[in-house]
Design a protein around this ligand. Structure first.
Ligand code: 5GP
Ligand code: ZN
Length: 138
């Protein structure tokens, strides 16, 4: 994808603070971080989001996230982290190339990952559960 920022970073057309890479993905520091040591894990193949990524590739990216997180924790001495993965404009995705955010959390920082809780009845929950369960055919 010639107009994709992350493809340009993967290709080396745009420089990045790379902390790790293999044949399948690259882990870099976010240039406009939410906090110190905000890491992005980016597949080298251009895939837009969770709806189109090959599930096994997504699994390997999350496996790496689970390996990297404790290393980040030990290196920077924080105890808390948000793992964020946005899909689509409404969900806050600004770069349409799949990526996982690892965002360290520090006491009294200014990061905000939150939502207002909906008041649903047990019946509404059951309708949703039922519809999804019927659709799952893995
Ligand atoms: P999204 O909003 O799509 O979930 O996250 C995109 C992320 O990419 C943002 O956190 C943003 O700061 C980061 N970003 C955008 N442009 C660049 C860039 O040129 N280099 C790096 N390292 N990060 C970028
Ligand atoms: Zn791309």
């Amino acid at each position: 994808m010639s107009d994709c920022i992350f493809c340009k970073i993967i290709n080396g057309d745009i420089p990045s603070a790379t902390i790790y890479e293999n044949d399948e993905f690259k882990a870099i520091l976010d240039r406009f971080p939410a906090n110190k040591c905000h890491v992005l894990i980016i597949p080298k193949k251009h895939v837009e989001n969770i709806f189109s990524i090959e599930p096994k590739l997504a699994g390997r990216l999350f496996e790496f996230a689970a390996k990297l997180a404790p290393i980040m924790k030990k290196t920077f001495g924080f105890d808390n982290m948000n793992v964020v993965q946005n899909n689509g404009v409404i969900a806050g995705q600004t770069v349409n190339h799949f990526h996982i955010h690892l965002i360290p959390r520090y006491e009294n920082d200014s990061v905000n990952v939150s939502w207002k809780q909906l008041e649903l009845t047990d019946e509404q929950i059951e309708q949703t559960r039922n519809a999804l369960e019927e659709s799952i055919n893995l």
